[in-house]
Design a protein. Structure first.
Length: 276
């Protein structure tokens, strides 16, 4: 230890410049700015939270979509905003949107009024719910406009979505929550357009932050298929925003640098044509 201290002193004494590596930029692929009836934080406060967490870009999807419009309006060189159209007006729509005849009216009107949307979602859809006529109409709408989908779904619903649109690009919110890594990999191999978003995803690392071997191997085999996210669906998530996004860094640091950078930032740059 004394030799390390001496070496540091010599470096400073000789005027050697010590360069500290910049933290990885992060992209938050699951950001809600919900107005029910007002957001937890102002747009200015949100921008400060993003900057403090090292978040340089977000996938904004909100309930109602006014929250996404507000974030898109404050985009800048410091924060790139990818807007997704959410098929919800109020929280209760989470349970009913796929059988609601007004869902497509909402989607069509929002898209016509604001032509900058890149995708549709996040939406909640499980099992046979995905066979509803409304879902088929939504998927057709997305296919015709080459929009991505952001699905909070189980495996059964994803199978149905891809049967409706085999070439779909779907962001899989939460990556099955606790689904085994082997099953996640099976889904990635089955569906080339599936991208796994990791908010609320358990089992990646242990209590000390050490990444589990099966997830390290999965990330190394498929580095181009993962995104990070916060899922600020309730106020408490905004209160812990820095902790949530910072919680990815310990296990990212255990991956090869190139893999870590892809998951943290590079995949979003490629998927959404961001400025690197």
């Amino acid at each position: 230890m004394k030799y390390k201290i001496l070496a540091l002193l010599l470096c400073f004494g000789l005027g050697v410049r010590v360069v500290v590596a910049e933290p990885l930029p992060l992209f938050d692929a699951h950001l809600h700015y919900n107005w029910e009836p007002t957001p937890r934080v102002t747009t200015g406060e949100a921008l400060r939270l993003f900057e403090a967490a090292g978040v340089h870009g977000i996938l904004a999807n909100s309930r109602p979509n006014a929250g996404t419009h507000a974030l898109y309006a404050v985009r800048s060189d410091k924060l790139q905003v990818v807007p997704f159209l959410r098929p919800y007006r109020v929280r209760a729509d989470v349970q009913t949107w796929f059988n609601d005849s007004q869902t497509m009216t909402l989607i069509e009107e929002e898209y016509r009024r604001h032509g900058y949307f890149v995708g549709i979602g996040e939406f909640h859809l499980h099992g046979e719910e995905a066979r509803s006529p409304v879902v088929a109409q939504m998927v057709r709408f997305a296919r015709e406009r080459k929009l991505m989908l952001h699905a909070h779904s189980d495996v059964a619903a994803l199978d149905i979505l891809f049967s409706l649109y085999p070439d779909a690009r779907i962001i899989w919110a939460h990556t099955g929550f606790s689904l085994p890594a082997a099953e996640v990999e099976r889904m990635l191999r089955t569906y080339p357009g599936l991208v796994a978003e990791l908010s609320y995803r358990s089992g990646i690392s242990d209590g000390s932050g050490k990444i589990f071997a099966e997830w390290r191997q999965l990330f190394e085999r498929h580095p181009e298929r993962f995104l990070l996210g916060s899922d600020t669906w309730i106020d408490e998530r905004w209160d812990r925003y820095g902790q949530i996004m910072g919680g990815y860094r310990p296990w990212l640091e255990q991956l090869p640098p190139g893999v870590a950078r892809q998951i943290a930032w590079g995949n979003a740059v490629r998927l959404f044509a961001l400025t690197p």
